[in-house]
Design a protein. Structure first.
Length: 381
């Protein structure tokens, strides 16, 4: 049973109903996952949210007096401007200034619709993970761990500090995760629960698991990775396999290094946001194929004028390139490259940047390969 993006964005009574319904729906031994905003990091989010909502309220009053109406896009702009103003007034060397700059940067990187649902919603209630676990335990749901591999916190800490956390928390998964939250400033959770009589004490392990890796950020990993004799070569291998499925074992073989050593570095890169990992290969083609086809969801989003597209990597992609958007609209699987070159000029006739349209035709193979790498296309056949 999954309830994603619900618990922190509804009031107390419906929240209790959601947990009770999930507990009734799942069989003994079955799993339930809830996502929610978490303390302690949520304290900074609340501060940013409160000043943003106040600025939006004032702007709404002014708009009503003028007979105009603000959209969620206006709300996002007003929120970011207000938080950046707070950061500027506080100054870059203060804790408040640094935190507000961080919150504004994160908001700016998100689709305004996401902000409307999450940070600027009518209700946004964060929790300590132990409080959510207590609400679930009252309904017979025991905490297991995190649905996403947030249990990989030990790879963000030096070995001696990770050992200290494990020793203090003991075998209890909930106590350990709460301690990690407090020490590492956790802010969002996808927590996993099991319907069982006894608490689950599971030690997360990457042993005997095939881990598929792909590069998440296209930039060159700097800092901690550049100075690391193992991580830098691993990052280079990932850059050479941008969207292809490559396993940790294959990386280790390529570099002639120990698998466990490479596994540890890949997991560290995941915690730093430099790589994505999974236990199955990503559902994307390595090549666009003879008759390239955009995913049905991308085709629908293009028809509706969306500038944020949903990739087959399950991550949003800002795609505001008029000529390439026209090309995506033609990728229905019926056209080969000759047909695309024939039909594209007429389809792109209305766009303002004709030079960009000409460039798409000249670099058609390169553009199609990039679309495949971005996870916008279906596998051939």
């Amino acid at each position: 049973v999954m309830a994603h993006g619900v618990l922190s964005w509804i009031d107390d009574e419906p929240r209790q109903n959601v947990i009770q319904t999930a507990a009734r729906a799942v069989r003994p031994g079955g799993l339930v996952t809830f996502s929610y905003r978490a303390f302690p990091h949520a304290r900074y989010q609340i501060a940013a949210r409160e000043m943003a909502l106040e600025a939006i309220s004032v702007a709404e009053e002014a708009a009503e007096a003028d007979g105009t109406q603000l959209t969620y896009v206006d709300h996002a702009r007003i929120a970011i401007e207000r938080i950046r103003l707070a950061a500027a007034i506080a100054g870059p060397k203060t804790v408040h200034g640094l935190q507000m700059t961080s919150e504004a940067n994160k908001m700016e990187a998100l689709d305004p619709r996401y902000l409307h649902h999450d940070d600027l919603s009518a209700t946004m209630v964060p929790f300590r993970i132990s409080d959510v676990a207590a609400m679930c335990e009252a309904e017979g749901l025991r905490y297991v761990g995190e649905l996403l591999p947030q249990d990989l916190w030990q790879y963000r800490l030096p070995a001696d500090l990770a050992a200290t956390v494990r020793e203090e928390a003991g075998p209890d998964a909930l106590r350990r995760q709460q301690l990690v939250d407090d020490l590492l400033n956790g802010g969002y959770h996808n927590s996993l629960f099991v319907r069982a009589e006894e608490p689950a004490n599971l030690e997360p392990s990457a042993k005997d698991v095939t881990i598929h890796v792909r590069q998440y950020l296209n930039g060159t990993p700097d800092g901690v990775l550049r100075s690391d004799a193992v991580s830098a070569p691993v990052a280079q291998v990932l850059r050479e396999h941008t969207n292809a499925s490559i396993t940790v074992a294959e990386i280790a073989e390529d570099l002639e290094r120990d698998v466990e050593e490479v596994t540890a570095k890949v997991l560290q890169m995941y915690t730093l946001g430099l790589a994505r990992i999974s236990t199955s290969p990503p559902p994307v083609p390595t090549e666009p194929g003879d008759h390239p086809r955009a995913s049905p969801l991308v085709q629908e989003q293009i028809r509706n004028g969306a500038t944020v597209l949903t990739t087959r990597f399950h991550v949003p992609l800002y795609y505001d390139l008029p000529a390439q958007r026209v090309l995506l609209g033609l990728l229905d699987g019926t056209r080969d490259r000759d047909a695309l070159r024939r039909d594209f000029p007429a389809a792109a006739e209305g766009i303002a940047e004709q030079s960009a349209a000409d460039d798409v035709i000249e670099r058609l193979d390169e553009v199609l390969t990039a679309m495949a790498n971005d996870g916008l296309l279906l596998p051939a056949g």
